[in-house]
Design a protein around this ligand. Structure first.
Ligand SMILES: [Cu+2]
Length: 166
């Protein structure tokens, strides 16, 4: 009898395909402020009608907030030359700005020094643009922000900048 060649038995290798639920540390991390215009701690000479904030990862504007406040300096904290504040001036201003930010966040900021700003539509972007109704008067300003990043995390901070006449 002739043995017929039969197909080789296929050894179905029981490939345990382990779907590794690999919890990669998300590359898209929290959104941190990468830069802003006017820049944090800077003196802007001339009119400011638009504010921009640039983050390290995309933010969701609908679930983010941006609030601009004028910071009224007590007499002793006004820089001798507002166009060139000393490090000590800036330190004082930063401290006052931090206090304002704290008051705003815990709801005890009673003086209405908020300046209206309008978020320009830019969903899913790293850059946020805020339009102001009118150019800012010379002075000191604090911008408070809280953003929702695409990874679902919220970050918040504030920074200060000065505006002087051109
Ligand atoms: Cu995150």
């Amino acid at each position: 009898m002739r043995a017929r060649r039969s197909p080789l038995p296929v050894l179905a290798a029981c490939a345990a395909l382990v779907v590794a639920a690999s919890l990669f540390a998300s590359a898209a991390a929290h959104a941190y402020l990468e830069g802003a215009e006017p820049a944090p701690g800077s003196v802007h000479v001339g009119a400011v009608e638009v504010l921009t904030l640039r983050y390290t990862s995309p933010v969701e504007p609908r679930f983010s907030s941006f609030e601009l406040y004028r910071l009224d300096l007590p007499e002793g904290a006004v820089p001798a030359d507002p166009a060139a504040p000393s490090p000590r001036d800036l330190q004082r201003i930063e401290a006052l700005a931090a206090r304002l930010a704290g008051e705003v966040r815990d709801g005890t900021h009673d003086v209405d020094t908020r300046i209206a700003s309008h978020l320009r539509e830019s969903a899913g972007s790293r850059t946020i643009t805020l339009d102001l109704d009118a150019p800012l008067a010379p002075g000191v300003y604090v911008l408070l922000w809280e953003v929702l990043a695409s990874d679902g995390h919220t970050t918040r901070d504030h920074h200060v900048f000065l505006v002087v006449d051109a």
